[in-house]
Design a protein around this ligand. Structure first.
Ligand code: PMP
Length: 366
């Protein structure tokens, strides 16, 4: 008896689930996590807030997560260069759930979504899970979005949802505001369509957030997460900023009480410590830049990065090199981009271990 014997939906047959390996190795630089544990005073504050929340766990949590959305709106207003209020913000269990709710609302059977690949593979997987057709749009040789080719794909396929990931995962490539604006115009002309700007890594970027673009553009959504810059991947807290009508629309598909009281309490505690947490971001940006320089010095090709990870290559067989790095106790990511691998910026010691490992493997550069 296997999955093939079950009456699963046709489009799921023969498919694999998302599966970045979770291996127990000394240096794990494969899932773009923040390497620094939460500071002890924040751990204490989380315990305090969760203890308070525990006293009310007999009741359902605030279904609208108003206090949390207010806190997230304050953070966005302070850091994103554009004032937003709780009515502009919606939160869910990781930005993956935000994306799922957006596709349930604006995609679905008979509709399509497009992304410019290689990009975050979950956009396509969540599309499939929600019955939304997936279109793999093009990228240039240097992994930037080739605007004329992207506009052509939008005009041809007339998608209902357009994903723009900036900085892009796995390449680290930032997308200029002008490109996003042009894609928005193309999507409205062909559509109208929702444009989802996935800014999961924006705090690590050299440039500014595209949050101000939501002004006057009700079909533009910016998606964010506390998994990376806030160092809280285990918390599962993602959020979006958009016109309040978009926030109203996703309510149609969200499960009632989807954000537990424990999650809301923990995220509120983390927001109280925003300034401390963002200091790690500065350190990680420095380490990211160090990795870029060191890899280039070793003779590797490196894609310009605005994120907390670096794409490097090129290899005749990247999976063989992935395995050889793993044999040296360092786990990086093979995203299936031919010739390339991705390494997350870790602590200085972790990055040294990685650089030692790849230093021994220079002969594999193709
Ligand atoms: N968007 C991008 C571009 C990502 O790389 C990730 C995580 N790898 C996510 C969204 C999802 O993050 P989370 O669900 O942890 O918020």
């Amino acid at each position: 008896m296997t999955i093939d014997d079950l009456p699963v939906r046709d489009e799921l047959r023969g498919k694999s689930p998302y599966g970045a390996p979770q291996l127990d190795v000394p240096v794990r630089l494969n899932t773009n996590e923040n390497p620094y544990p939460l500071p002890e005073p924040l751990v204490e504050r989380i315990a305090e807030r969760v203890r308070q929340a525990a006293r009310h766990l007999n009741r359902y949590p605030d279904r609208d997560a108003v206090e949390l959305r207010t806190g997230l709106a304050e953070y966005l207003t302070k850091s994103g260069g554009h004032p937003v209020g709780p009515g502009n913000v919606w939160a869910a269990n990781g930005s993956n759930e935000v994306i799922q709710q957006l596709l349930q609302t604006f995609g679905g059977p008979g509709r399509t979504a497009i992304g410019f690949e290689p990009s975050y593979s979950m956009h396509g997987l969540i599309a499939r899970g929600t019955g939304t057709g997936w279109i793999s749009g093009p990228r240039g040789e240097d992994f930037t979005i080739d605007l004329p080719a992207a506009e052509k794909a939008i005009a041809e396929h007339r998608p209902d949802v357009v994903f723009v990931t900036t900085p892009n995962n796995p390449t680290g490539t930032a997308v200029p505001a002008e490109t996003v604006l042009a894609l928005y115009e193309a999507a409205q002309a062909a559509g109208p369509a929702m444009v989802v700007v996935d800014e999961a890594y924006v705090e690590f970027s050299h440039g500014a957030s595209l949050l101000p673009l939501i002004e006057g553009r009700p079909n533009l959504v910016v998606s964010r997460t506390m998994s990376k810059a806030f160092g809280a991947a285990g918390l599962r807290l993602g959020y979006l900023a958009a016109h309040p009508a978009v926030v109203d629309a996703v309510q149609l598909v969200r499960l009632p009480y989807h954000l537990s009281a424990v999650t809301q309490a923990t995220a509120l505690a983390a927001l109280e410590h925003t300034d401390t947490l963002l200091k790690y971001v500065e350190q990680l940006k420095g380490e990211r830049d160090r990795l870029v320089t060191a890899l280039r010095t070793l003779g590797y090709d490196v894609t310009e990065s605005d994120a907390n990870f670096v794409q490097f290559g090129t290899f005749a067989d990247s999976h063989v090199v992935w395995r050889k790095i793993l044999d040296r106790g360092v786990l990086v990511r093979d995203n299936g981009v031919p010739g390339w691998l991705r390494v997350t910026a870790g602590t200085p010691a972790e990055n040294d271990a990685f650089l030692d490992a790849v230093g021994e493997l220079v002969s594999y550069v193709g």
